[in-house]
Design a protein around this ligand. Structure first.
Ligand code: C2E
Ligand code: CA
Ligand code: CA
Length: 853
């Protein structure tokens, strides 16, 4: 018998014959060749196994990970002479991502010496998992769907459900919830021009087959249903075309529609999403990754590992510590980046055990490195999912105690985001850590603009400026200005600043004058394994005597440093000049300056003559207002060389002379190539303007008038205004400040003691920290008549209003009427609102001190 099976061609033929004649699928495994073969009809069950067969490892790889370990144990224990027969069940995904159960039965054959030679048996597919129970209506409807699908009819399958149904059930009772579902069914049936009827399929979802429709028609249908439910509830929909993707089974159509519905819910509800195969693939990949990571966690975290990226002190270029960055090695896909695995870990809650493992590992590593660098500090990233765990405070302290290290060995990084606004909770968690000396850093600073007010509320030690501000900073006027403002603001509050993502010496040269505390980025080191980190001794040696070339780049003697700085000055693209403030004589001009202004020898020449083509000092010469201790930053269009510069000026004393150091960044290309960048510049200019005004202008009324004018101009609005609680009538609102565009009638006088009913809907949104954005007020006529009337009599067609939130309550709101720019973008107002809150608090404090409150 053995010899028959040894011939691979014959073997395949026999398997195919068996398969054909019995209808069952056959498998054969040779222990000698270490190879699986299957009868061809395996393809009917799953496409995961290649027709040509596969190795044992390949076979394990296509099996559902949760079953794999059990199967391996079974296989290794099964094939002994005393247990020739085997029978095991396991799961596998078919090509469409569905899990199917397979049942495998057979017998193992042995050679004369008692060694397992091969096994032969059958595989059969069992029913799909979790097959829902259907009633007769549903069964009939599903048959109809199957028919339409198999007959190749065109059209779409649409699945719809009510948003926030559980909230409706909770608030008004289940009866009411059921009523809403009935209304939805009726609306779906009414909106349908054909004979099709909606059928309740998965839980609270209704499905309808829209025959012979294109995408636009489906959208119009969905809009109609939405419209007829206005005031009742909002709905979301998921839709899949019947024929476009050659989907083999109609059950899968349902699965895809459901997955699209899920996407609609995730992207904010009250919308329709069409099926996207890539999204579905991604979902399946995430599911598989999750299964693998679950196994890894059970398996003592095997597969997870940490890389470390150096953090460098800006003053000395010495190593301060490292950030621990997670990686996962997948047996199928290799190393998975945190951008992919962290969201999966977070969603599943697996981040909690993995997070603890990270802290333990990172502290262990830190303890080792502290033998060489005694004050070495390791930073770990912490997700909000971890922070919301009630045990997190104690867990971290416990891990720290176990490591035997002081708190100063650890920094915890949390990302800037809305969640940061939960000040009372976070401050309570952080305070116990801070008592131990653990540092708290806010990561990706600057990416969550709208909530800057937390800076005053949260007790943190450090902010990490996001890479998007640092990257190419030498070309970006507004990034530089924003960054220097942020660093100034942070320094005022005793907060350290780390600039992330420094990639080259040009960026470094621009950052240095801003004096952040720390740098991190590829220019210094990429994230690396602890082994490599140790090998790069440049960081871990205290004395500057290494022959390691890389080390010299970072920790240089003063002579070398002078040479390095000179090289940077000459190599940089920026124009750097030194001029006598009294005589205007040029003292130094770097290579970029010589090139741009066509100057070969600057000695004896005046700046206004060589750099401006004038024969007298410029009328706008900034020299008189310059200082020694800070840069004056300004912008200028130089008509002499036809270029736009961002300029930074400051005074320097050299050889008993007072010189003006000027660094000029050529931003012509950046700033003028696209109108978009102009808009961005305007956007940022106004933001820095708000900070400036609210910081410097002592008079509150003047400050608010100025920022409202700037806001109104940005939105090209009719009015910009601030409302505050009416002191005379609690619960009512007063319009306290107003800016009007020219020709617009002021409304402030008419808007005193606005009753709460008129803004009831707004307050609901405000309390969830949402903005009111109206770009068509008509639906309000029936839904919120008082509000509609208020808008109508002021001739308001569009509006954006944003709350000023203070400790969870609405302390006021800012808004614009009839914006003509950025009509549905509240960002600019949100930024202003967050600054206003800070200023509000300052105002109150000062008034209190003056005894006025
Ligand atoms: P992050 O905390 O902002 O980490 C910095 C990321 O920027 C790292 O990416 C790092 O490799 C990258 N980076 C550093 N310098 C440069 C540079 O000069 N240029 C460029 N292009 N990139 C630079 P990575 O390791 O891929 O991590 C991505 C994100 O994943 C992290 O961003 C962090 O938010 C998250 N993450 C990583 N490890 C963990 C972890 O253990 N726990 C949690 N919760 N999140 C983690
Ligand atoms: Ca980080
Ligand atoms: Ca970051």
């Amino acid at each position: 018998m053995d010899s028959l099976w040894n011939n691979s061609e014959l073997r395949q033929q026999m398997l195919n014959h068996f398969g054909d004649s019995t209808g069952e699928c056959y498998q054969y495994y040779s222990f000698v060749e270490k190879k699986f073969c299957f009868s061809e009809n395996i393809q009917k069950i799953t496409a995961m196994i290649p027709r040509s067969g596969c190795s044992l490892d390949e076979w394990y790889r296509v099996i559902y990970p949760a079953d794999c370990a059990r199967l391996k144990r079974y296989v290794s224990g099964s094939f002994r002479r005393e247990r020739q027969h085997y029978h095991f069940n396991y799961r596998m995904r078919n090509r469409f991502g569905q899990l199917i159960w397979l049942s495998s039965k057979g017998k193992c054959y042995f050679d004369e010496c008692g060694r397992a030679s091969f096994f032969l048996g059958t595989i059969s597919a069992q029913d799909h998992l979790e097959q829902p129970v259907r009633d007769s209506c549903q069964t009939a409807w599903l048959k109809e769907l199957e028919k339409a699908h198999h007959q190749g009819r065109n059209g779409h399958l649409l699945m719809v459900n009510v948003d926030n149904l559980s909230r409706i059930n909770l608030k008004y009772g289940r009866e009411c919830g059921n009523g809403v579902l009935e209304v939805l069914r009726d609306a779906m049936n009414e909106a349908c021009t054909g004979e099709q009827r909606a059928c309740r399929i998965n839980g609270n979802c209704f499905c309808i087959l829209l025959s012979e429709t294109d995408e636009e028609q489906v959208k119009a249908y969905f809009r109609n249903v939405q419209r007829s439910l206005e005031g009742e509830c909002t709905i979301s929909g998921g839709c899949v075309p019947l024929q476009k993707y050659q989907i083999p089974e109609s059950e899968l159509l349902l699965q895809y529609a459901e997955s699209s519905l899920e996407a609609a819910k995730k992207s904010g509800k009250n919308r329709l999403c069409f099926f996207m195969p890539e999204d579905y693939e991604r979902k399946i990949a995430a599911l598989e990754l999750l299964e693998e990571m679950e196994n890894a966690v059970r398996n003592d975290f095997s597969g997870f590992f940490l890389l470390y990226q150096a953090q460098i002190r800006s003053e000395t270029f010495e190593l301060a510590g490292a950030e621990a960055l997670l990686r996962f090695r997948s047996s199928r896909r290799g190393v998975i980046s945190p951008d992919e695995c962290i969201p999966v870990l977070e969603q599943s809650g697996l981040i909690v055990p993995v997070g603890k493992w990270i802290i333990r590992k990172a502290l262990e590593q830190c303890r080792f490195w502290r033998l060489t660098v005694p004050d070495f500090r390791v930073s770990i990233n912490m997700s909000y999912r971890q922070l919301w765990q009630s045990e997190i405070q104690e867990d971290v302290l416990k891990l720290l105690r176990e490591s035997g290290l002081p708190g100063s060995a650890l920094a915890v990084e949390v990302t800037e985001g809305r969640e940061l606004q939960n000040y009372p909770y976070l401050n309570a968690v952080f305070s116990a850590w801070k008592e131990e000396g653990i540092a708290i850093a806010v990561d990706d600073f600057g990416t969550g603009y709208s909530s800057l007010s937390w800076l005053k509320e949260l007790s943190i030690d450090e902010i990490k400026i996001d890479r998007c501000f640092v990257s190419g900073i030498q070309h970006s006027a507004y990034n530089l200005r924003l960054l220097s403002n942020i660093i100034e603001l942070a320094a005022g509050g005793g907060i350290l600043v780390c600039c992330e993502g420094v990639e080259n010496s040009e960026e470094l040269a621009v950052l240095e004058p801003l004096h952040p505390a720390l740098y991190q980025g590829y220019f210094f080191a990429r994230p690396m394994s602890p082994e490599k980190f140790v090998l790069r001794r440049k960081y871990l040696e205290a004395v500057p005597c290494s022959d390691d070339r890389e080390r010299e780049k970072l920790s240089v003697s003063s002579k070398d440093r002078y040479a390095l700085e000179h090289t940077i000055l000459e190599k940089t693209e920026d124009v750097i000049s030194l001029c006598d403030v009294l005589t205007h004589e040029i003292y130094y001009l770097n290579a970029a300056g010589k090139r741009i202004f066509g100057v070969r020898d600057y000695r004896g020449r005046k700046c206004y003559e060589a750099l401006r083509g004038l024969d007298a000092p410029c009328s706008f010469c900034p020299n008189a207002g310059l200082r020694h201790d800070s840069f004056h930053i300004w912008e200028d269009w130089n008509s002499y060389c036809d270029r736009h510069f961002l300029l930074k000026d400051k005074l320097l004393d050299v050889d008993k002379k007072t010189l003006r150091l000027q660094v000029g960044m050529d931003i012509t290309r950046r700033e003028y190539l696209s109108r978009k960048s102009q808009a961005r510049l305007d956007f940022a200019r106004r933001i820095t303007g708000y900070v400036d005004v609210l910081h410097r202008q002592r008079d509150w009324s003047r400050a608010v008038d100025l920022v409202l004018a700037s806001l109104g101009e940005f939105y090209r609005a009719d009015r910009a205004y601030l409302f505050e609680p009416s002191p005379a009538k609690p619960g009512f609102w007063d319009n306290t400040f107003e800016w009007c565009a020219s020709g617009i009638t002021p409304q402030k006088e008419n808007l005193q003691q606005v009753p709460p009913q008129a803004v009831f809907r707004w307050m609901e949104l405000f309390l969830h920290d949402k903005s009111v954005i109206i770009y068509n007020k008509e639906p309000l006529r029936s839904r919120s008549p008082l509000e509609w009337e208020m808008l109508e009599c002021q001739e308001i067609h569009r509006l954006i209003a944003v709350p000023l939130m203070e400790e969870g309550r609405v302390a006021g709101f800012v808004g614009v009427d009839n914006p003509r720019n950025a009509i549905d973008d509240d960002t600019q107002i949100r930024v202003l609102a967050s600054f206003l809150v800070v200023r509000f608090q300052r105002e109150r404090r000062e008034r209190l001190e003056r005894g006025e409150l």
